[in-house]
Design a protein around this ligand. Structure first.
Ligand SMILES: [Mg+2]
Length: 199
């Protein structure tokens, strides 16, 4: 029987930080004090370090970041992490791959359409929407099936479910991905090696 494999979307399958950086660079390139956002340096969830002009010029920077995430431009620029697409297309033969992602009302449908366009092999998508932003991680999805696996870039989300095996997807340290004592994976090549050869 196939095991259930839950995978987060933003910053796990796709490089959301790079898409946010591209939008920022287009919007602020003519502003005084601009220097291009470098997604590799991202480490604050509100993008304070790499998108500082949002925090200088906007009354509500968090809303602006949300607008970026909700925009057509975001999905236009969105890219897979290296090897993610190939590995996922192989994983669907061995696992029930379920994308489990938090979303906002304005981007949920775009996200689903993006997934359908780029990885139509995915059969099941779980979207969690909590408009207050004060949600419960992913605890609404218990992931209690036998031997279920969960990969996410947020320790808070991993801790919130009862999956049998949980992996933090971590390419670098940020101010939100510390405090995880479980296994860490840092690339899709590594995910492929781990899960495609797994019994
Ligand atoms: Mg994520």
């Amino acid at each position: 029987m196939k095991k259930d494999l839950y995978i987060d979307f933003d910053s796990t399958i796709v490089n959301s930080d790079k898409a946010i950086s591209t939008i920022y660079n287009n919007n602020y390139k003519d502003y005084k004090g601009f220097s291009p956002a470098i997604w590799e340096n991202h480490e604050n969830w509100a993008y304070k370090l790499i998108c500082p002009l949002i925090h200088i010029h906007e009354d509500n920077p968090t809303n602006i970041i949300l607008e970026y995430f909700n925009s057509n431009e975001f999905f236009k620029h969105l890219e897979f992490y290296e090897n993610a697409k190939d590995v996922i297309r192989q994983l669907v033969h061995k696992y029930n791959v379920i994308i489990c992602t938090s979303a906002f009302p304005m981007n949920a449908s775009r996200k689903v359409l993006w997934i359908e366009e780029h990885i139509p092999e995915i059969d099941e998508i779980i979207i969690l929407i909590n408009k207050s932003g004060q949600g419960y991680g992913k605890s609404r999805v218990p992931m209690m099936e036998q031997d279920s696996i969960f990969i996410d870039d947020h320790p808070k989300n991993l801790y919130s479910t009862k999956a049998s095996r949980k992996y933090l997807f971590k390419q670098r340290s940020t101010d939100y991905n510390g405090g995880w004592n479980g296994p860490i994976i840092s690339s899709w090549k590594q995910i492929g090696e781990l899960l495609l050869n797994d019994d």
